[in-house]
Write a protein that binds this ligand. Structure first.
Ligand code: UDP
Ligand code: MG
Length: 316
């Protein structure tokens, strides 16, 4: 039987309307467990998020906070949560109540039965916008096609990880973290729970279309070099086609009196090949840029204030 130290980590970026509610719903559930900690990671909020968290800490010392010096993004906030958590298991969930806190009871039960990773699968939410649903569908399809991962559709960052998994994850210091892929890549004994997401309680989504595209591209290029290989095969294919076409043109010129005319076909093929070249230069650049960013080994986040140390110094 595992003992009961449970860590909850909650990234929060401008979530002032949600902090009290998520805390009270969690606290009701966690009361039954011997020991727990709730760590809020304030990812550079510009509203009252931090004040609300500090208020709660006044009345409950099990609530902790980490404050980033600026916005470092959701995945880096999760990393900070993993780095500072001390529980035998760590549960991550969003601050906006889209991930129903009540599910953690079942997650903990499964963990006690011996599962190392208890992750959740979001059932299709008819209320979320068509754009979000289509892009999310496409995202899981593309990432599974292009990488060797098998990320389940709807598997978000709402999961329980055993301490041994967290200790492994803490060793990953890559600049572009993508925990969904990493957790799927790690292995371990897993269990999936389905749930129907709620609507965001207060505030608005932090993932604009632009941010979602960049998140998806990062996910794909972090786990696969297949896009680079596509260029080899496409290049080969186009070379064979143009060789055949050239052969055909010479043949027509030498052996028939119908020389090939038509600048349109020349122009389209030149533009097509030019476009392809630019695209693959871009893909190449993406990987090169990643290499550049990784080579600098910058910290994933900078903490300017936290409730773990007495004298608050800037730590990495
Ligand atoms: N979040 C964060 N930093 C960011 C963006 C989001 O810590 O730069 C947090 C946010 O406060 C929330 C969670 O990550 O707790 C998920 O974000 P959101 O609900 O905006 O994403 P969505 O559910 O719309 O995909
Ligand atoms: Mg949300």
């Amino acid at each position: 039987m595992k003992n009961n130290i449970i860590s909850i980590i909650i990234p929060a970026y401008n979530e002032e309307k949600n902090i009290y509610l998520i805390y009270s719903r969690l606290e009701k559930l966690l009361r039954n467990y011997l020991d727990y900690e709730i760590i809020f990671i304030d990812d550079g909020s510009t509203d009252n998020t931090l004040n609300h968290i500090k208020d709660i800490r006044q009345s409950n010392a099990r609530v902790h906070y980490l404050v980033f010096s600026r916005n470092f993004g959701h995945q880096n906030a999760l990393k900070a949560g993993f780095d500072f958590s001390r529980g035998n298991c760590v549960i991550s969930l969003d601050a906006d109540l889209q991930h129903p806190p009540e599910l953690i009871v079942e997650m903990i039960d499964k963990w006690k039965q011996g599962f190392d990773i208890v992750y959740t699968i979001r059932e299709d939410d008819k209320r979320s916008s068509l754009l979000k649903r289509v892009t999310s569908d496409l995202f899981y399809k593309i990432i599974n096609l292009l990488s060797d991962l098998n990320v389940k559709k709807g598997a978000a960052d709402f999961r329980l990880l055993d301490r041994k998994v967290v200790d492994v994850l803490k060793k990953f210091n890559e600049h572009f973290l993508f925990y969904r892929g990493l957790v799927s890549w790690l292995g371990f004994k897993k269990y999936a729970i389905k749930y129907a997401p709620n609507e965001r309680f207060g505030g608005k989504s932090k993932y604009s279309l632009k941010r979602m595209i960049s998140f998806a591209l990062n996910g794909i290029t972090s786990f696969s070099i297949r896009p680079l290989r596509v260029s080899i095969f496409l290049g080969l294919f186009l070379s064979i086609i143009s060789f055949c076409y050239g052969f055909y043109a010479v043949f027509m010129k030498l052996f028939t009196n119908r020389a090939i005319s038509g600048w349109a076909s020349v122009l389209t093929s030149v533009l097509f090949i030019g476009g392809m070249q630019f695209m693959f230069l871009g893909i190449l650049g993406e990987y090169l840029g990643k290499l550049f960013m990784e080579s600098k080994r910058r910290p994933n986040y900078i903490i300017k204030d936290d409730s773990f140390r007495e004298n608050n110094k800037t730590i990495f």
